[in-house]
Design a binder for this molecule. Structure first.
Ligand SMILES: *Cc1c(COP(=O)(O)O)cnc(C)c1O
Length: 354
């Protein structure tokens, strides 16, 4: 606290990111990073761009990147908004689309940045509980609301709604904005992007951090009709005209265009996810059905905090949330097969299997 702070600052409860520690030989499965690295074409594009041109500001409209995204999804370039990570895109959506007289609805267990943005932007929110199987029950959203945001697949559960379910939600709430955060959609879920053509209240947000392995570059995007995209543009141009730097734009464009690399690496992640799910199940874990690049699992005989601590002693880092209902779960990112093997070995040591 300092007397120099604006009053709101002392009320903020900032997001706590997963740690990025320096432990030798660490198996880092705590922040849902992609184990396979970005497209080699993205790296080559960064090398090419890293030179005298960095004197110059980047394109404030990031047109080349938006064109690549529009091509990929078969939409028009003015239906694409890009930002400095999807966290920034989300921030603009919270400020520009989700603050109304009636409350914003989001699941009680979801991406923990949502309540942080509500605090920052003074948005009243109602947390709608997941059901006993940690699923979103659409009928629970039939209540007075100014807007809805849902992560699909949800985080940290990994459980996905089908496209038909997302459509039902959008149709049931045609008068308010519905934002679907598809950070993990490329690992087996059905994207709602095709629905944006039909529904002017649907905004879909993606990131290049997970399925395109560019967490370090900070690029995310939103797709929706002009009425929604224009709100994001107005907020962005009142905040930072250049959220995408030159290196990020060329890297992200190359990564979007390299569909082969994308498909190969996400398939490997999905195959490893099934392997890890099976191995955990054999050891008595309950593993929620994940369509993300992580699994959310608990063991009936061990507390989540103890498991996480035991794994950490063996240089395997997973994410544990000390929160009601999910305190016994571990969120485990899917690594390479070698990393998954180290995870399972460490789990066997912690739970006492030889
Ligand atoms: C990782 C994640 C994001 C943020 O991604 P960035 O593009 O790296 O900011 C957004 N939403 C969810 C649900 C995530 O898990």
């Amino acid at each position: 606290m300092s007397k120099f702070w604006s009053p709101i600052v002392s009320t903020l409860k900032p997001y706590v990111a997963g740690e990025q520690p320096r432990i030798p030989d660490l198996v880092k499965l705590n922040t849902n990073e992609n184990p396979y690295g970005p497209s080699p074409r993205a790296i080559a594009a960064i090398r090419e761009e890293a030179g005298d041109r960095l004197r110059l500001y980047p394109d404030p409209a990031s047109l080349k990147l938006r064109q690549a995204i529009a091509r990929l999804h078969g939409i028009s370039v003015d239906e694409v908004f890009v930002g400095n990570g999807s966290d920034e895109v989300l921030a603009h959506a919270f400020q520009g689309l989700l603050k109304h007289d009636l409350p914003l609805l989001h699941p009680d267990i979801t991406y923990s940045f949502y309540p942080v943005y509500c605090g920052l932007f003074g948005i009243e929110a109602v947390e709608v509980p997941l059901d006993d199987n940690f699923r979103i029950r659409l009928s629970d959203y039939d209540r007075p609301a100014g807007a809805i945001i849902i992560a699909n697949p949800n985080a940290p559960t990994g459980i996905a709604l089908t496209r038909a379910e997302v459509e039902a939600l959008v149709v049931a709430h045609r008068d308010i904005p519905v934002v679907i955060d598809e950070a993990y959609i490329d690992f087996g879920g059905e994207s709602a992007i095709p629905l944006t053509r039909m529904y002017d209240n649907l905004l879909v947000i993606h990131t290049l951090s997970k399925s395109r392995s560019l967490a370090g570059m900070r690029v995310g995007f939103a797709i929706g009709q002009r009425n929604l995209i224009e709100a994001l543009e107005r907020v962005k141009d009142s905040f930072n005209s250049y959220p995408i730097d030159r290196l990020a734009e060329v890297a992200a464009t190359a990564a979007i265009d390299d569909v082969e690399w994308f498909d190969e690496t996400r398939r490997k992640v999905m195959a490893s996810r099934e392997r890890v799910t099976g191995a955990l199940g054999q050891r008595g874990f309950e593993v929620l059905p994940s369509l993300a690049n992580f699994v959310f699992a608990r063991h009936p005989d061990f507390a989540g905090a103890d498991l996480a601590a035991g794994l950490r002693e063996r240089a395997v880092l997973v994410r544990h949330f000390a929160k009601p209902r999910i305190a016994d779960f571990l969120r485990i990112s899917i690594g390479t097969d070698a990393e998954c093997d180290r995870l399972i070995e460490a789990i066997d040591a912690v739970i006492g299997i030889r």
